[in-house]
Unconditional design. Sequence first.
Lengths: 75, 308
Amino acid sequence: MTKQEKILDLPDKFEGRFRCIYPTCITNKPREAIVPKFSVISRSPFRLKCHYCGRYIEWDRVKEQINESASISES
Amino acid sequence: MGFQNSDVISMLDFDRSDLETLFKVSDEMFKHRKTKLDVLKDKVMASFFYEPSTRTRLGFEAAMVRLGGSVIGFADPGSTSMAKGETVGDTTKMADAFSNIIVMRHKCEGSAMFAAELAEIPVINGGDGIQHHPTQAMIDLYTINRELGHIDGLHIAMVADLAHARLMTSLCHAFAYYDNIKLSTICPKQLRMRPDLRDYLNSSSVTVYESENLDDVIEDIDVICMSRIMPERFDDMSEYEKLKGSYTIDRKSLENAKESMIVLHALPRVDELNPDVDNTGHARYFQQANYSLPVRMALLSLILGPER
C-alpha cells in the first residue's frame, strides 16, 4: 500500500487514539472521565478537528503523537 | 430542530426558524420582564459558574425567578467541592439529580458539550473558554432584529479579539443562517479568527472582509459588534500587553457612519469603547442588556415550559 493509499484508507473519526494539543480543551482537564474524539476534515494535508474544542490539529502534531506511541511500544 | 428539552451548546444546534421562534417568544416575555409568571413554577435551575460572570449568571437567575422557578448553584467554585478536586463530570451528575436544567460557564472549551453528554436534563452553555457563547449571540441577534427590523443583507463589522472572543464565534455561526450578510472583521493580525471558523464562513453565504482599520469600511456598516481584548485568554501576557488598546471606538471614529448604524457590546468594556459613544444615536449596548432578560426568559420557557 502506498503512503497516499494509507492516508485514504484511514477512518473518518478517531476515538481515544490521539489527544487534543490545546491545554484548555476539556479533554486535557485532569481526572475528567472523557475520551478525546476527532474527525478527519482533510486528508491532504492531513488535518483533524477536535470534537470538544472544535480546533484543528495539523499533521505534524499528529505525527509527533504517532512517533511518541511508537517509541513507547518499542521500549 | 426546536427547543423543547434541548441542550444549548452552540448556535450550530439551531436554525433560522428556531431563532425566529425565540424572537417571537422574547417579544412576549419583554412585556413580562418586570412581573412574575408561573410557567416554570415547579422547576429548578442549577447555575454552575466555574468562571466569573455578572450579566450571564444574573440574567439567567433573574429569568428563572421571573418565570416562577427557583435557582441553586454557585458563582465561586472555590466554595464548593471543586476546591477538594471534584470534577466537572461528577458535579454535572449531581446537578442532574437535583435540578431540571443546568446553566454553566467554564474556562475549558468543550466543557458544556461534555456535561450535556453526561446529563439527562438540558444543559445551557453560558460560555466555554474561547469556543461558544450561544445565548449572548441570541441576545445580540434579537437586538439587531428589534432595532433594525431585519438581519438579512446587513453589513456587520466585528471590532474584536476574534481569536479569543467566544461570542464572535457564536455570532459567525448564526450569520450563516441569514441571506447576503457582509462581515468585516477589524482587528490586529494576531487576533484574527481561527482557521476552523474561517473555513466555516468560507463554506457559507457570508462574505468576509478582513481589515485592521474601521475607517476602511465605516461608511457602509450597519452594525458594529465589539468585544474587549481578553487578558484571561492569553498564554503569554507580554503578547497581551503589546495588543491591549490596539482598537478603540469613540465618537470621532463614527463620524462617517450611517445615521442608522448601531453599536453593540456585550459588556463589560475596558478601553475599547469610549463612553462618549453612549450619548450618540448609535449606542445600543444598554438596550442590548435590557433585552437579555426577555431572551433568556424565552429560552428557558421554550426548553422547560409547555410545548408551543
